[in-house]
Design a protein around this ligand. Structure first.
Ligand code: MRU
Length: 360
């Protein structure tokens, strides 16, 4: 397990690593307003779909914690305003909306109680979302590791590690689990322009854990697969449509095409909270467009002529036909994804209901 905590509740504040400063500086910041939590998400101080969801849940818990509302109705109004602020930060990662909706529906259930009871329940629920995320990543890791040979070279893109989650990671969770199971693992990491999450964050995370890593630029993957051994590509996801189309960091689609050409399987690792069954295909996934400065500047230095027109989508959609398997915390889905993803959800839900009934 990583030696750092990505995001946590800390005595009435939301504490997180400022990821914009990595790898040069490991610095924690503490947010004491909903607006500062929203700013941290918007400016990528905290990023990665599951981490954004956990942070937003703590953001709503913070709103409740600080409230002096005399009634639960008044508190619900404050929570609705906070929800709107947090929901407006980033559009693609569905975990943000999943966590906000979970917290809001809990608040609605508690309307007949006291504001104090609602405050405590929301804080406990946010903490639970955080703890569950780590547990889900560990389960996903174990499922994913089973797909890998004893000696394996993996290419990954962006950062789907402990930094992108509450801990352990999704794609990097599979890699960590593979190492823990005794497999001999070597990881190639794409630098991931424009924000360099691969070079700055993934390379750092893997080196912290002593996992062998080689950094490559994004345009090297075809040559890499043609000339070196790459057994599989493992990436995370920001939103998965019901048919298995996957929105992930820009560049994933290109990588998937290249992997397909070289018959290298591309695995997607993501918790079920990343699957959006309300969206039938990837075409309907909203793609975040980010500021041109991310493309025209590197580490504060201009690299392009002033005023150049920029296209800067933060994510792309990989068609499900290019995805060999989707590794979730409930098991591994293979094509046809529409049926298999649904089966994973239903099988687990009925198991959960059975357990609940048993314990009642
Ligand atoms: O823009 P970011 O850094 O928030 O992008 C999200 C990601 O980290 C990736 O797309 C990742 O591969 C999926 S989230 C575990």
């Amino acid at each position: 397990m990583s030696a750092f905590t990505t995001v946590a509740w800390a005595a009435g504040r939301v504490r997180m690593i400022d990821q914009t400063l990595l790898p040069q500086k490991l610095k924690y910041i503490e947010c004491d307003t909903v607006e500062s939590v929203a700013e941290a998400i918007r400016s990528l101080r905290v990023r990665g779909a599951p981490a954004i969801g956990v942070t937003a849940a703590f953001g709503l818990a913070l709103c409740a914690y600080q409230s002096n509302a005399a009634t639960t109705g008044e508190l619900l109004g404050e929570l609705r305003r906070a929800r709107a602020t947090l929901a407006a930060t980033r559009p693609t990662a569905v975990n943000l909306f999943w966590a906000l909706n979970k917290m809001m529906s809990r608040a609605m259930d508690l309307l007949t109680g006291t504001p104090g009871a609602m405050q405590s329940a929301l804080l406990a629920d946010a903490q639970q979302i955080c703890d569950d995320d780590i547990a889900a990543n560990r389960r996903m890791g174990r499922f994913g590791a089973e797909l890998l040979p004893q000696q394996v070279t993996i290419l990954t893109h962006c950062n789907a590690g402990a930094l992108a989650t509450a801990g352990y990671g999704t794609a990097l969770g599979v890699i960590r689990a593979a190492v823990e199971s005794g497999r001999k693992v070597h990881v190639y990491v794409d630098e991931t322009r424009p924000v360099l999450q691969g070079a700055r964050l993934t390379a750092w995370e893997l080196m912290q854990d002593g996992i062998p890593v080689t950094l490559v630029t994004d345009n090297m993957s075809a040559h890499l697969m043609a000339t070196e051994t790459v057994d599989c590509v493992i990436v995370g996801a920001d939103r998965i449509a019901a048919n298995g189309d996957v929105a992930n960091k820009i560049g994933t689609y290109g990588l998937a095409v290249i992997a397909n050409h070289h018959q290298v399987p591309l695995y997607v690792a993501a918790p079920v909270s990343t699957i959006d069954f309300a969206i039938r295909t990837g075409e309907a996934i909203p793609i975040e467009q980010r500021h041109p400065d991310e493309v025209t500047r590197i580490c504060g230095n201009d690299i392009a002529p002033e005023g150049v027109v920029v296209f800067n989508p933060a994510f792309d959609v990989t068609p499900h036909t290019l995805v060999a398997a989707i590794i979730t915390d409930r098991g591994v889905a293979r094509p046809p994804y529409r049926e298999q993803l649904q089966q994973l959800m239903t099988a687990q839900e009925s198991a959960e209901v059975a357990v609940e009934q048993h314990s009642n």
